[in-house]
Structures are given as C-alpha cells and as structure tokens.
Design a protein around this ligand. Sequence first.
Ligand SMILES: [Fe+2]
Ligand SMILES: [Fe+2]
Length: 189
Amino acid sequence: MQKMIGTLLALYEQGGDLVYAGESVTQLMHAWQCGRLAEKSGASAALQLASWLHDVGHLWANFEGTPTLRGQDDAHESIGAHVLLPVFGPAVSEPVRLHVQAKRYLVSTRETYARKLTPDSVRSLQLQGGPMGPQACAAFEEEPFFADAVKLRVWDDLGNKSSWFEDTRHDALDHLMQLMHRVAQERVT
Ligand SMILES: [Fe+2]
Ligand SMILES: [Fe+2]
C-alpha cells in the first residue's frame, strides 16, 4: 500500500505539469480542481480521491501529447481503475472506470451537457463510442457506482480553469498524499 501511494504521488510530482489533453490546464491543476469540487460538494473521502485520481491512467501510461488528435482512445479510465482497485477499493476505482461512460450517458440524457463539452472532449466522445442509446443508458443506471460516476463527470468537466490553483503545488500534493492514506486506511480498518 505504502509503495503504491508513493508511486502515485511521484506520478503527480513528476508528470503533474504536463498539459491536460487538449486543454489549457495541467494534469495536477485538473486533478486538484476536481478533488476540490468534490470536497466542496460534501463528497465522501473515497469520491474525493476518485475525483483527484480519475485521470491517473494518462500519467500511468505516460501518453505524450493529445491522443485524441491522433484518433486514439487511450483507455485511461480502465488503466486508472486497474491501478487503483487493489489499494483503495471499488468506491475509488469504479467511479474512475465509469467516468468516460458517464460522459456518453450525460450527452444522451441532459440536453445542455453536450453543448458545454470542450473540443477535445467532443473528439474523444466519438472515439469512446458516441452518445449512449436508451438500452445502454438503462444498463448504466444499474451500475452500483452510477451516481458517483455522474457526479465525478460533472466535476471533471468543470475542472479545466487555467488560473484556478489557490493551493501551492506543495500543499496540493500534500493534501493528495493525506487523502490517499486516509482512504487506504479506512479500507483496511
Ligand atoms: Fe478522463
Ligand atoms: Fe478529467
């Protein structure tokens, strides 16, 4: 557990300044903003952590540039969920695994949602299967972590402000470390 927490923290220390795919915000700022939006909404520690780490698959796989511009779906949600499940459990890994599907769901079920997507998100939507049909929407609503995945997705779409980083980098990383310890600890006790 300690080793994985150290590895995850190092990913954000070393790769946190990479530009978040196609947006004017870095990976660390995007992660921090999503985590902070979750915290402000009164989300559980597990959902706050899922929000923080939902795009860790991008850093884990060390993808360079903007994969969707190359017509490539990087499957970062599956990579991230696979990495997070053993340490933090499904309350963290499942919203992460479902956050891309949640976009497909919201495009189909909330009229205004699709209009607010960024250009990169529109590009990746097509690569990820496009809007969900009615049957897929119904099946998605049966997912045990459906509600958390939808909440995370809304924060994901809001967490792209280029100047929104009140904490120092050090404080943000320290907060992430403490949150990881707290969730992992709660899971074993
Ligand atoms: Fe993502
Ligand atoms: Fe994201």
